[in-house]
Ligand binder design. Structure first.
Ligand SMILES: [Zn+2]
Length: 342
């Protein structure tokens, strides 16, 4: 990356209202058949355009072709029965009706590779592509086949590696794995979660990232955050081992969160995507607020390793709010970039 402080988003962006109901997760598609295929492509173009208009440097598909960051990937796999549903507790936080693993899991065909080629053809900017991480995937399923969280995560890691290699060949520059589960299951993260992630990136030459956040601004998450006390030290449990891992970039929630910023010292040497935009409020950050978060992070992250970003995906927000937040991100990064170049 040539420019200093390249901006990006954590992943999802709001969808146009003609494609899916806005401000809702798991929103059903409003189109079907060929119209849906075209509609997803058009939405991807609009999302890319809005990122570029705002001055986002590392662009993405805005997850316009997926209903949900985990479910949509799993829907494309063999071995998971979406009709056969069980109630499980997601990330120890809320109950959900989830599909069942009924046999060996396998990727019957590429999932996002055609979408990535489509995005690549639209822009010369670096592209980041988000995939769910193995631990977060197993946490949204009922496993009636492997009967071992670790074994199932390992199988998903192999599948993710196949997909990641094809995304890399399609021209994706950064492949990101979303692992909000890393903020919850610390023992498993250290025992096998990070090892599974390293299996998922095996043999990749492009850059790799892991996104660990406190979730979308939905009620289950904001209620959970209220129980975490005045200092959120979850990152402290997993940073030492992540610092030793082969993952290039760590994407984190920083702005408005109670994460003590000095925890970033534990991942010194890694590139850090610093969340400088709160996704749990419609209040628009000022560029100066963004700049302040970045200046704080610069105490622990070298300038050439700092990537200003959002705390999490912006999908549940209105398009106006999301656009304004992206503008603030780019303007805040520009302030600090100018200071560093002075
Ligand atoms: Zn997130």
């Amino acid at each position: 990356m040539k420019i200093l402080l390249p901006t990006s988003t954590a992943g999802s962006l709001p969808k146009p209202s003609w494609l899916a109901e806005p401000e809702v997760l798991w929103s059903p598609w409003k189109l079907s058949g060929d119209a849906l295929v075209d509609g997803k492509h058009d939405a991807l173009k609009v999302s890319l355009h809005e990122q570029q208009q705002a001055g986002v440097d590392i662009v993405s598909d805005g997850e316009q072709t997926r209903q949900h960051f985990v479910t949509t990937f799993i829907e494309h796999l063999d071995g998971v029965d979406f009709e056969n549903r069980k109630n499980v507790r997601i990330r120890n936080r809320y109950d959900a009706s989830v599909p069942t693993v009924v046999g060996p899991v396998a990727r019957k065909a590429p999932v996002f590779v055609e979408d990535a080629k489509f995005l690549r053809a639209q822009t010369d900017k670096p592209i980041k592509w988000a995939l769910p991480g193995p631990m977060t995937m197993i946490d949204t399923l009922y496993d009636d086949h492997y009967k071992s969280r670790e074994k199932l995560a390992w199988e998903f890691a192999k599948i993710l590696n196949q997909e990641a290699k094809e995304l890399e060949a399609a021209g994706v520059n950064i492949i990101q794995f979303d692992e909000p589960a890393f903020n919850v299951f610390f023992d498993e993260v250290n025992d096998w979660g990070i090892a599974c992630l390293e299996r998922a990136i095996e043999g990749l030459k492009c850059e790799t990232a892991v996104h660990i956040c406190y979730g979308y601004g939905i009620k289950a998450n904001t209620d959970w955050k209220k129980t975490l006390g005045s200092e959120w030290r979850q990152y402290e449990e997993v940073f030492p081992k992540l610092q030793q891992s082969n993952i290039d970039i760590i994407s984190l929630e920083c702005h408005n969160s109670r994460v003590p910023i000095e925890l970033l010292a534990l991942i010194r040497g890694k590139k850090v995507m610093v969340g400088a935009i709160d996704v749990a409020t419609d209040d628009i950050e000022t560029p100066e607020e963004v700049a302040n978060t970045l200046r704080e992070a610069l105490k622990y992250v070298d300038a050439d390793k700092l990537y200003p970003s959002t705390n999490c995906g912006l999908a549940p927000l209105s398009r106006d709010v999301a656009r304004a937040k992206l503008n603030a991100l780019a303007q805040g990064a520009a302030i600090v970039r100018a200071e560093l170049n002075a």
